[in-house]
Design a protein. Structure first.
Length: 236
């Protein structure tokens, strides 16, 4: 028993020392990825931005005076669909920014519209979307057909419906973000009904100078404005 106890203590010490070295050594300026299973949503990005602003204010920097309306607009960062950070004249890098590695044109041509991996219907709508958030890696590169309202929130586009509480969704809807190269002029948020053919993709979001995370969303290869609205409120 004593031998087993010493082996256990020795193993524990090795693990602790290894963890310390990994976290304390190396270049402190290197970007740190978060865990693969971390769920990154608009709320996550918003909270990270708020933490950064609070840290700056604690250091003595005076907070900017803005109205509640402006704060509401800034609660979800404007789109920065870029592979390089946006740097202003003063040299300040604007976060968050996103990286993507796919091409709309080629994916649109190769997409099999007759054989889609996942068709999201009126039943289990929320259940399916929640599972995309919780088990994103399992759905990566799966093709999808989904209908719902066209939603624009803070410059980002979503497809979704009204329904029960969705812990990972944005704007009070049961929704999922999509990225597209199409023109949505004339589309009305929460009014225009759309059908989206897409692919669940993994992007990278840079939350700040040192923190990156996987960001799952739909690469929308085709968005169709439907003449008739479907079931706008779902129950499951």
């Amino acid at each position: 028993m004593k031998r087993k106890s010493w082996i256990y203590v020795f193993s524990s010490l090795c693990i602790l020392i290894g963890t310390f070295c990994l976290s304390g050594c190396g270049n402190s300026e290197q970007e740190e990825p978060v865990a693969e299973n971390t769920i990154i949503t608009r709320q996550t990005v918003q909270e990270e931005k708020a933490k950064k602003e609070q840290a700056v204010n604690k250091e003595g920097t005076q907070p900017e005076t803005v109205s509640r309306t402006e704060n509401a607009q800034e609660s979800i960062p404007k789109v920065q669909w870029v592979t390089e950070p946006v740097v202003d004249a003063s040299g300040k890098v604007h976060y968050p920014y996103f990286e993507f590695n796919y091409d709309f044109s080629s994916d649109r041509e190769s997409f099999d519209y007759n054989h889609v991996d996942i068709t999201v219907g009126d039943k289990l709508y929320m259940t399916q979307i929640n599972d995309w958030y919780m088990n994103s890696a399992l759905y990566q590169n799966k093709t999808v057909l989904i209908e719902g309202y066209y939603l624009e929130i803070g410059g980002h586009t979503f497809v979704g419906r009204n329904g029960p509480t969705c812990p990972y969704c944005t704007g009070g809807y049961v929704d999922f973000e999509f990225r597209s190269d199409e023109d949505f002029t004339g589309y009305k948020s929460a009014q225009t009904w759309i059908q989206v053919y897409g692919i669940i993709r993994k992007g990278i979001v840079h939350l700040n100078e040192h923190l990156t995370a996987p960001f799952y969303h739909l690469e929308a290869v085709k968005v169709i404005k439907m003449p008739k609205e479907g079931k706008g409120t779902i129950t499951d």
